[in-house]
Design a protein around this ligand. Structure first.
Ligand code: PLP
Length: 421
């Protein structure tokens, strides 16, 4: 099999390391399944992104839905990032991690009254509204709080991001945003909205987009709308391109951040406003792995199974999207054959797999494996299905590592069930 390595996860001798830490050390000390993140990866990706837009007025808001561990959010804040939150829970997390209100923005197609109130009470830089009813509600709540809400309208540019249908969000048939002509009408309502100040236009056309063309097509449409809004005498301050930049999970060809900047910059320059970005996956996916232990191996007729203690409740992406994650051993052993196998978990579903029909070095009971590229939409999508405790999370920085979230305990899982009938 091919062993995937990067500057952050690589073999030294026969051991897979994260930065300067042999992962076997973490597995043996903390048990498995455990997520391990490289802090240097996060910071390097952030700095690369920031540098690609150097000289242009911009702000990056880390989309913490991709990885909302407090220490991960803090790493981005310390690097200079703002934070994009998608719920009141994420807002609470981002504030706890130290985000300042003026570097926080809120997304969400279905914000509740209490979410809008929390955002306004904390004076967030901007709320992205996705419908007329939401705009009216924001105006009403801002009025009751005697404040002015800074609002951007999320526009659905009806562009095909050519990604998995579940993470495609910029087509007219998707639930997100409003179409451009509705947006223009809503912007024109500015004079009647006493407690709203429109500050920008926003889009997010999908996730894991591997070509720049959909971004260019969408930003051109948004640019046209931006200029129309301006001609109505409404001066917007920013245009928000959302997230969506794809990463390599296998051998996909993606584009570099410099190519992305080069593609969108001509439109941005024409608009003479600040650019906002909300990357999630780009900043986190390849900075994390899930380590798990092999519980059993077996062969049913011709089919090999490697049964691990990591399961769909820990990493949902393979079951949910058929997503590919490379699986390889933590320790390389000589004289082992490659086999074709399914790497599965203990959950009672045939959909419980981490990898399907993959070439992998034979594993034995007790050995450890690494599931790569799981820093984004991994832990955040985990659940307690089958009453399984969610994994621990570890952040590595050079020669040091810290447990940044302990493995759940059964007491913790039972504590909210207070009475037996
Ligand atoms: C509004 C919004 N912004 C940003 C993101 C981050 O996307 P990605 O992780 O693809 O960069 C998402 C993801 O769903 C989103 O919904």
């Amino acid at each position: 099999m091919d062993y995937f390595e990067s500057g952050y996860f690589k073999y030294k001798g026969n051991q897979l390391f994260c930065e300067d830490i042999p992962l076997i050390e973490i597995a043996e000390e903390l048990g498995t399944p455990t997520y391990v993140y490289s802090k240097s990866f996060f910071i390097d990706r952030y700095n690369e992104f920031d540098k690609a837009f150097a000289g242009f007025d911009h702000q990056i808001f880390f989309a913490c839905k991709s990885n909302f561990n407090l220490s991960v959010i803090k790493a981005f804040i310390d690097a200079g990032s703002g934070v994009d939150v998608n719920s009141e829970g994420e807002l609470i997390r981002a504030m706890k991690a130290g985000a300042s209100s003026r570097k926080l923005i809120m997304s969400g197609v279905g914000k509740t009254q209490s979410e809008i109130k929390l955002a306004l009470e904390n004076d967030l830089l901007m709320i992205k509204a996705e419908s007329e009813e939401e705009i009216l509600l924001i105006n009403e709540i801002a009025g009751s709080l005697n404040t002015t809400a800074r609002v951007a309208i999320r526009v659905n540019p009806d562009v095909d991001a050519k990604t998995h249908p579940y993470i495609s969000t910029g087509l007219a048939k998707n639930k997100f945003g409003v179409d451009a002509s509705t947006a223009l009408r809503l912007f024109k309502m500015q004079k009647y909205l006493r407690n709203i100040k429109y500050t920008g236009i926003d889009m997010h056309i999908g996730s894991q987009i591997t070509k720049v063309e959909p971004f260019v097509e969408a930003i051109e449409k948004l640019g046209e709308l931006f200029l129309k809004v301006k001609s109505e005498g409404i001066a917007l301050e920013h245009i928000d391109l959302g997230g969506g930049i794809g990463v390599a999970y296998n051998n996909e060809k993606t584009f570099s951040i410099e190519e992305y900047a080069k593609a969108v910059m001509p439109v941005l320059k024409k608009l003479n406003c600040k650019a906002f970005f909300e990357p999630g996956r780009y900043l986190t996916a390849n900075g994390g792995i899930l380590i798990a232990q092999v519980l059993y191996t077996k062969k049913n007729l011709d089919k090999n199974f490697i049964i691990t203690d990591g399961a769909m409740n820990d990493l949902l992406r393979p079951s949910m999207y058929g997503a590919y994650h490379h699986v390889q051993p933590l320790t390389l052993t000589k004289n082992k054959n490659d086999i074709t196998a399914d790497v599965v978990g203990p959950v009672c579903e045939s959909g419980d797999f981490l990898a399907k029909n993959v070439r992998i070095t034979e594993c034995r009971r007790g050995e450890y494996i690494a599931v790569l590229s799981t820093g984004a939409y991994g832990m955040v999508m985990s659940s307690n299905y089958n009453m399984r405790r969610r994994p621990a999370e570890v952040l590595v920085e050079g020669k040091n590592f810290k447990v940044v979230r302990r493995r759940e305990t059964f007491e913790h899982l039972l504590k909210d069930e207070i009475s037996l009938l």
